[in-house]
Design a protein around this ligand. Sequence first.
Ligand SMILES: Cc1cc2nc3c(=O)[nH]c(=O)nc-3n(C[C@H](O)[C@H](O)[C@H](O)COP(=O)(O)O)c2cc1C
Length: 233
Amino acid sequence: MGTDHHERDLHEPGLHEPDLHELLRSLRVWDIDLPSFDPAAAPAGPLALFTAWFAQAVAAGQVEPHTMSLATADEAGLPDVRTVMLHGADASGWSFATHDGSRKGRQLAARPYAALGFYWPAQGRQVRVRGPVTSAPSAESQADLHARSTGALAAALTGRQSEVLASLEELARESQAAWERAQREPDAPVPSWTLYRLRPDEVEFFQGDAARRHVRLVYRRTEQGWAKELLWP
Ligand SMILES: Cc1cc2nc3c(=O)[nH]c(=O)nc-3n(C[C@H](O)[C@H](O)[C@H](O)COP(=O)(O)O)c2cc1C
């Protein structure tokens, strides 16, 4: 991989290089009017609160509130994380989809447990979800994929996710072929594409506060149903 022009320019004498630490010091969080959150009025289970907060994030104009960090661990127990789209949340869990042969797919096969993280800065809110993960039956995974956009199907058809790519030209060729197939065959199967469900053991809701009196409410699954506790911020 060569150095691109932009990066090279930055290293020419006399040109301004951004100072990362200066930039970091100049930035703030929770500098806006934040909503209040009364945990005493929170519903009995986390799904209702997640659904309410999600709708409020959409209404507040939060960009891409349906993207989340998905943390997994590899066979050795070492952590990994990446962004994926939320496909749904209901009584059976929070769902997302990917290739079962991807790095995360292999990690989930070895250790079927994951954590999700949502951050909605428009309201200073964070939601964390942890629990065991199962794969949906193939027919359900395929139906979920075919209900999505042509682009989503084309991306899935391109396949080989997380394998080493020889060149961008190869990707362009394969992607073009995948787009053509997706348009021609909107029900084309992608056997590796899998819908995963995370059934939470624990869901935490964090409401940021300008005075740093952040409110943290955690729901834990028990034999008797959901238990709720506050946590020190
Ligand atoms: C906003 C956004 C949404 C994404 N959504 C998905 C997704 O739903 N499924 C997926 O497999 N990859 C998605 N990706 C790509 C993943 O972040 C990641 O690069 C890819 O899945 C390979 O991860 P892995 O090597 O850990 O398996 C998304 C990336 C971004 C930035």
